[in-house]
Design a protein around this ligand. Sequence first.
Ligand SMILES: NC(=O)C1=CN([C@@H]2O[C@H](COP(=O)(O)OP(=O)(O)OC[C@H]3O[C@@H](n4cnc5c(N)ncnc54)[C@H](O)[C@@H]3O)[C@@H](O)[C@H]2O)[C@@H](O)CC1
Ligand SMILES: [K+]
Length: 501
Amino acid sequence: MKLFTTQQIRDWDIYTIKNEPIDSIDLMERAANRLTDWYYENCERYTDITFFCGVGNNGGDGLVMARLLHLLHFNVKCYIVHFSDKISEDFKQNLSRLPKNVPCYDIKEDSDVPVINDETVLVDCIFGSGLSRPPKGITQKTIIEINRSNNPVIAIDIASGLYADHYSTHFQTIIEADITLTLEVPKLAMLFPENDKNVGELNIIPIDLSKKFKEETPSNYFFTTHKNAQEIYRPRKRFDHKGKFGNLLIVGGSKGMIGAVQLATKAGLRAGAGKTTALVPACGYEIIQATIPEAMCISDPSRNHIVASTLVSKYSAIGIGPGIGQHEQTQKAVRSIIEDAEKPIVLDADALNMLSENDEWWSLIPENSILTPHLGEFERLAGIQFINSFDRLEAASKMAKEHNVIIVLKGANTAICLPNGQIHFNSTGNAGLAKGGSGDALLGIISSLLAQKYKPYEAAILGVYLHGKAGDYASADKGFESMVASDVIESLGKAFFELLK
Ligand SMILES: NC(=O)C1=CN([C@@H]2O[C@H](COP(=O)(O)OP(=O)(O)OC[C@H]3O[C@@H](n4cnc5c(N)ncnc54)[C@H](O)[C@@H]3O)[C@@H](O)[C@H]2O)[C@@H](O)CC1
Ligand SMILES: [K+]
């Protein structure tokens, strides 16, 4: 799914109105109908609803919802936040359509801001994508009061006060929503961790804006949906044989860290590689052989850390880094594997930390290789600590372009930065994945897909999607706290199976 800036969304809106054609008031009615349907399906038992409407079109959406929910016998009331004398035409029309028996109060001065102490759902439709400066005066006071109350808050399109396309610093004056119902596509700011408390649970409400505009308007931002993952996925055919699915090598492990390479190897197998081999220090040899009978194992001459490289040309993909440590001799071995590699490889964990300390390695990395740093590893690679996610993402994208590699910036909504400037945000996964071993599983999955001849960008996007989806199954089964990386790997089958639906 392509993501757009607020300016592009405004143009999309205008294009739809002109070309569908549809009147803007009817488009608002359509949007509010979809929002109301969502509320009815998901929150039917919450019968008391208070709307806080601004005087722009976001407020207009709120007024239509209030009317529709009133007709469905919900107990509705509205507050109108008069932040400006410039009132949108569609807002005016919908205010006149609001049934007279819906209580409606104006907020024009500080004393009009209500103290919220009744049990009611609060619907925030003060500002939408039209926000141009931090809220002040009565709007600020209303937002602070909504946040102070412990009532459930649903934000329409975007939490009021939150900038959609750039970093917000006025933290005190942004709605802290429990749920965001965003129209048509997520907005960039919703995908960043610092805005999590403002966004809450994100739901996308399609309102059928023009398909043609979507296809023809360029964007570098994408959100990987189930359908996108299905488009990449290639189901196996009946006569396929193991030779077709590649020969994967996982390089990792050191004394005390054999579990990491074990997880990556298991994940490589579960993600479908035809043959999977682990290269580990001698202390890991028996562990791998005894615990993963399906994998082959090469023992390094050294007992506790890897010191020798191997003949890399016979492998269709190589994943390097899980539990590998940073011993000087290991660095030499890793350097020589990277140097010998002719096809894209996957680098994680200490392999990335070694890269941060050896700038000259960049030129050795085969183009379109995949780097999977978490935020700390990325900051070490970039040599900078970032204050906000926008800057960090921009730096990751720049790095991907500059070095012709794919950067998988791990976190909630993992961002996959491609050398062509595209950034693909993942839509699956949960906080249960924030645990040791999770990254090892991801390295195994991505390398395995690469071994199966998925293009590097496909392996990265699909791998991250599957890893998150498997994590969702694992959390449903074991809970966020209790799930471990092995559960994620065990659940991979369900994630693949789902792609067939
Ligand atoms: N994009 C779409 O296709 C559709 C959008 N709709 C709704 O329309 C919304 C956008 O409507 P608008 O463009 O009217 O934007 P808003 O409803 O966000 O209102 C913006 C107004 O507030 C003013 N303003 C901005 N920041 C301010 C501040 N801090 N203090 C005081 N005034 C401020 C602006 O000058 C503008 O007049 C969307 O978020 C969505 O809810 C829907 O009605 C239907 C379709
Ligand atoms: K809003």
